[in-house]
Design a protein around this ligand. Structure first.
Ligand SMILES: Nc1ncnc2c1ncn2[C@@H]1O[C@H](COP(=O)(O)OP(=O)(O)OP(=O)(O)O)[C@@H](O)[C@H]1O
Length: 351
C-alpha cells in the first residue's frame, strides 16, 4: 500500500479504545532544571494525539521518558498496563517505536537495509543460527525482507529499495525513518517533528501517511511545531509550557484557549496557568515562548543540508538497534539520547 493509493481521513478513524500509553506524574530533572514536571498523558488505541509547546517546553524530554532513553525522576509510564522497561531496546521490544527530531538513518546502507535494521527486534534467531545460516535463520530473513518490502510499498519507496539512504530527498528520508520504526510492529509510534523541513506537499503526504498508520491499528503520539498540521491531524492535543501540561483537549478547545495563544505569542498568561509561574532556578532555560511562531504562520523548519544532516546524525540519538554496524550507526557513545538518564546526576544509562 502506498499513501498515494490508500489514504485515510478523520472520517475513517477507528473508535478510540483501550489505553495504550499511560504516563502518570512524569517529572524529569536535569540537576536543578526541571524539564518536565508532573505530566499525565494517555494515548488510546485508534487515536492520534499531538504534543505541542514552545521551544524548550520539554516535549522531546517527555518523549525520551516514554521510550526508555530517560528514566523519569518521578512518575510512571505504562504501555498496555505494564510499567515500561528502563532501556530503549526493551521499550521497542515491548511495542513502542519512535522517530527522532533530526533524521537518523544509516546513510551508507540501502533503503531496504535501513528498514531491516528496524525489523531485528522481531527476529528471534540466535547468533549461531545467523553465522551458520541455518534454515530457520534463512526463513526468518526472507520473512523480514518481505515485511520490509511491504512497508516500503506502504510509504511509496518500494522502487528505491536498493538506493542508498543518503541519496533520498529529505522528505523521503523522513518517510523511511517512519518505515523503519514501523518495522518493529509497534502498537504505538512516537513521531518527533515528522514534517520538519518538509514542503507543503510533503507535509500533506505525511499527514495522509499518519492517518494510514492510525488505520493500521497503531496509536500515534506526535510532536510538531506546524499548528495547522497538528490541529488537522489529531484527535486530542496536549500543550506543554515550561515542562508542565497547560491544557489538553480536542483541536477546537486547544486552539481557542487564551493561555495557549498567549504561550505561543509570548504574552503573560493567567495566574493559574503553569506558564505564568515566575521563572525559578528549575525553570528550563530554553523556554522562549516569544520566539515561537504564531500558530498558522509557523514556517516549516528548513531542510538541513547534507552536511548538517551528517552533523545531526553524529550528535543525535543512537539507534534503537544495537546490532547495527558500528561504522554505519551514529556513534552511540557520542550521542545524548542513546542512553538512559540517571535522574540524580544527569548521567545516562546504556540503552
Ligand atoms: N540532557 C539534558 N541535560 C540538561 N538539560 C536538558 C537536557 N535535555 C533537555 N534539556 C533541557 O530541558 C528543556 C526542555 O528541552 P526539550 O528539548 O525537551 O524541549 P522541546 O520542547 O523538545 O524543545 P524543541 O521544540 O526546541 O525541540 C530545555 O531547557 C533543555 O535545554
Amino acid at each position: 500500500m502506498t499513501t498515494t493509493t490508500k489514504t485515510a481521513d478523520a472520517t475513517t478513524a477507528p473508535t478510540a479504545g483501550e489505553t495504550v500509553l499511560d504516563a502518570r506524574g512524569v517529572t524529569m530533572r536535569f540537576g536543578g532544571l526541571t524539564a518536565v514536571r508532573d505530566v499525565n498523558l494517555t494515548v488510546n488505541s485508534g487515536e492520534i494525539v499531538g504534543l505541542i509547546g514552545p521551544n524548550g517546553a520539554g516535549k522531546t524530554t517527555f518523549f525520551n521518558c516514554l521510550t526508555g532513553l530517560y528514566v523519569p525522576t518521578e512518575g510512571e509510564v505504562r504501555y498496555k498496563g505494564k510499567v515500561l522497561p528502563p532501556t530503549s531496546y526493551k521499550v521497542t521490544d515491548a511495542g513502542i517505536a519512535r522517530t527522532f527530531q533530526n533524521i537518523r538513518l544509516f546513510h551508507n546502507m540501502t533503503v531496504l537495509e535501513n528498514v531491516l535494521v528496524g525489523r531485528h527486534t522481531r527476529m528471534k534467531q540466535g547468533l549461531w543460527s545467523a553465522l551458520l545460516r541455518l534454515p530457520g535463520f534463512k526463513k526468518a530473513e526472507a520473512e523480514a525482507t518481505d515485511r520490509a518490502m511491504e512497508l516500503l510499498e506502504f510509504i511509496g519507496l518500494q522502487d528505491k529499495a536498493q538506493h542508498l539512504a543518503k541519496n533520498l530527498p529529505y522528505g523521503e528520508q523522513r518517510k523511511l525513518e517512519i518505515a523503519r520504526a514501523l518495522a518493529s510492529d509497534p502498537g504505538l509510534i512516537l513521531l518527533d517533528e515528522p514534517t520538519a523541513g518538509m514542503n507543503p506537499q510533503e507535509t500533506r503526504a505525511a499527514e495522509e501517511l499518519i492517518f494510514a498508520i492510525r488505520d493500521m491499528g497503531i496509536a500515534v503520539l506526535v510532536i510538531e511545531h506546524d499548528m495547522r498540521f497538528i490541529f488537522n491531524l489529531c484527535d486530542r492535543v496536549a500543550v506543554l509550557v515550561q515542562g508542565q501540561k497547560l491544557i489538553e483537549g480536542d483541536s477546537d478547545t486547544v486552539q481557542s484557549d487564551e493561555r495557549v495563544i498567549a504561550a505561543y505569542l509570548g504574552e503573560p498568561v493567567a495566574d493559574d496557568a503553569p506558564a505564568a509561574e515566575a521563572p525559578s532556578e528549575e525553570t528550563p532555560a530554553k523556554d522562549a515562548p516569544a520566539e515561537a511562531a504564531p500558530a498558522e504562520d509557523a514556517p516549516a523548519k528548513e531542510a538541513p543540508s547534507e552536511d548538517e544532516a551528517a552533523d545531526d546524525e553524529a550528535s543525535e540519538d543512537a539507534p534503537e538497534t544495537p546490532e547495527a554496524p558500528a561504522d554505519e550507526a551514529p556513534a552511540a557513545g557520542e550521542t545524548s539520547e542513546d542512553t538512559t538518564h540517571d535522574p540524580a546526576s544527569g548521567k545516562e544509562n546504556d540503552a
